[in-house]
Design a protein around this ligand. Structure first.
Ligand SMILES: [Zn+2]
Length: 324
C-alpha cells in the first residue's frame, strides 16, 4: 500500500461542535415527555396545572419571584461565597456534573453562613438565572456523595420549572414575604384552598427533585442518607441507621394526628426514602442508567411507579384517591 493511501482512523470522527450539540439535544429530548422530564412525579405536574388555573395566583407569584430572585442574588453576593472552579472547586465540579446530567445550564451557587442549619434551596423565576443556596452546615456534615445528591435535587427543582411554585411556598411560609413590602397584606387575601394546594404540591415536587438527585448520583443511598441527615441535623460522628429510621413510617401511618403533616411543605423523610426506593424499581430510572440494567428485571412502568409513590407520599386518603 502506498503511504499516501493509508487511512487515518480518526478521519471519520466528526468533531464538529454543531454535531455534538445536536447529539446532546437528542439525548436530552429522549428524556422529555410532553415538555416535562420523564422522571417527574405525575402528581407534581398535575397539581401545578391546577394551581396555575387559580385566577390571579400565578401572575401574582410570578411578579413577586421576579423581584425576589434578583434581590436574593444581590444579598448573597454581599453576604455569601459564590461557588466557582476556584472557590469550593469540588462543589463546583458536582454542580457542573449534575447540571450536565440533567441538561440544564449551570446555576449560580452560594454557600451561606448557616452553621447548624441543614438546608439548601433553589431560587428560580422566569426572568433571572437560577440560584442554589447551600447552607454551610451541609458542606460540613454531608459526605461528597450526599452533597451531590442534594445538589442534584436542587438542579431537579430547576429542571422541572418548580421556581415560581417554590417561591409561592416560600411566600406563604413567610420566609420570602418579609423582604418585599406589601406582600404580606396581599397574601392575606389569598384563600385557604390556594395555601393548601401549594402545600400538597410542594410535597409532590420534593419527590420529583429527589428523583433528579438519584439520577445525578446513579444510586439512591446518598439521597436517602441526605434526607435522613436533613431530619436529624447530620450529627457528626454518628451514622443514622436508615432501615431503622424507615420503620418510623409505621407510626406515621397509624397515627390519627395528621394535621402537622398536612400543613408541612415537605414530606416526612421516611416517606421520601420509601418513594426513592420505589424509583429504583422503575423503567424510568434505567432509562437514565441503562448500564445498570440487569437481564430479566421486573420494573414498574412510570404509571405504576407514581401510584406506588402516592401510597407513601399522600398524607390523607383524599390525596390518595386524587385523579390526575
Ligand atoms: Zn427540594
Amino acid at each position: 500500500m502506498m503511504i499516501n493511501e493509508q487511512i487515518n482512523p480518526t478521519d471519520d470522527v466528526d468533531i464538529s461542535f454543531s454535531k455534538y450539540v445536536a447529539a446532546r439535544n437528542i439525548r436530552y429530548d429522549s428524556h422529555m415527555e410532553g415538555g416535562i422530564p420523564d422522571y417527574a412525579y405525575a402528581l407534581d405536574y398535575s397539581l401545578r396545572q391546577k394551581i396555575r388555573a387559580i385566577p390571579g395566583a400565578y401572575p401574582f407569584f410570578k411578579a413577586m419571584s421576579s423581584t425576589y430572585v434578583p434581590l436574593q442574588k444581590q444579598l448573597h453576593n454581599m453576604k455569601s461565597v459564590k461557588v466557582s472552579s476556584n472557590q469550593f472547586p469540588k462543589l463546583h465540579a458536582m454542580l457542573c456534573d449534575c447540571a450536565n446530567t440533567l441538561g440544564i445550564g449551570i446555576p449560580t451557587m452560594f454557600v451561606v453562613d448557616g452553621i447548624g442549619v441543614m438546608n439548601a434551596m433553589a431560587l428560580t423565576c422566569e426572568d433571572a438565572e437560577p440560584l442554589i443556596i447551600m447552607f454551610s452546615a451541609m458542606v460540613e456534615r454531608l459526605t461528597d456523595a450526599e452533597m451531590k445528591a442534594i445538589i442534584g435535587h436542587e438542579c431537579g427543582h430547576i429542571h422541572n420549572n418548580h421556581g415560581i411554585y417554590n417561591m409561592a411556598v416560600e411566600f406563604i411560609k413567610g420566609t420570602a414575604s418579609a423582604l418585599i413590602p406589601g406582600v404580606g397584606q396581599i397574601l392575606a387575601l389569598l384563600s385557604v384552598p390556594v395555601f393548601h394546594a401549594l402545600q400538597v404540591w410542594s410535597r409532590a415536587g420534593e419527590v420529583t427533585a429527589d428523583r433528579a438527585g438519584i439520577i445525578c448520583c446513579g444510586e439512591h443511598e446518598s439521597t436517602e442518607r441526605g434526607d435522613a441527615k436533613l431530619t436529624a441535623g447530620g450529627i457528626m460522628g454518628a451514622e443514622i441507621n436508615i432501615d431503622e429510621f424507615v420503620r418510623q413510617y409505621d407510626m406515621l401511618r397509624s397515627t390519627p394526628v395528621r394535621m402537622m403533616e398536612w400543613l408541612d411543605t415537605h414530606p416526612a423523610a421516611v416517606r421520601r426514602i420509601l418513594a426513592d426506593r420505589e424509583f429504583m424499581k422503575s423503567e424510568v430510572y434505567y432509562k437514565w442508567h441503562p448500564e445498570q440494567k440487569q437481564p430479566n428485571m421486573k420494573l414498574y412502568t412510570k404509571k405504576e411507579l407514581d401510584e406506588q409513590c402516592d401510597r407513601f407520599i399522600s398524607v390523607t386518603k383524599s390525596e390518595k384517591r386524587r385523579d390526575r
